[in-house]
Design a protein around this ligand. Sequence first.
Ligand SMILES: [Zn+2]
Length: 167
Amino acid sequence: MSVACATAPAPGAVLYVSGPYRVWVRRTVLAKAQRLARVRAPLETGGLLLGQVVDGEAHVLALTGPGRRARRSRLGYESDGARDTRLVARVYPQLHYLGDWHTHPGGPAVLSATDVASIRGALSPSRPEVLHLLLAGPADMGDAVASLFTLVCGESAARRMTPEVAA
Ligand SMILES: [Zn+2]
């Protein structure tokens, strides 16, 4: 699989920026998240963000839905980590884990303290940055807003990234 050069605009992708951090998210990935969010509403759902890092820029190329054993409720989303790991190895062997996503049906477009603590759990010396995509909207998630965050080792707050390019 070829990935667009970091200096060329990635077709069909949205560029998100925060300080030195640049992340491309495929429009098909955003559309799939919106679709899965509506299917599960009014319960929360989520999954993994997968892709590649090219010249320091992350490219989110695929997104997975919840496993059968993931717990979905109005209180939160908890992934099925073992299933997720198997899925990535089997279906997306060329892609890497870049982060997670989840939804807030009828909730705010901000990460809760619980969300941030959970996301921080994925940080490690070998993985000093993780992405998080949050979809928030009405209870039926009919018109959800997508927000992208980067969490960085050593930074107390999650960075909310700004979409820069509508390619
Ligand atoms: Zn949340």
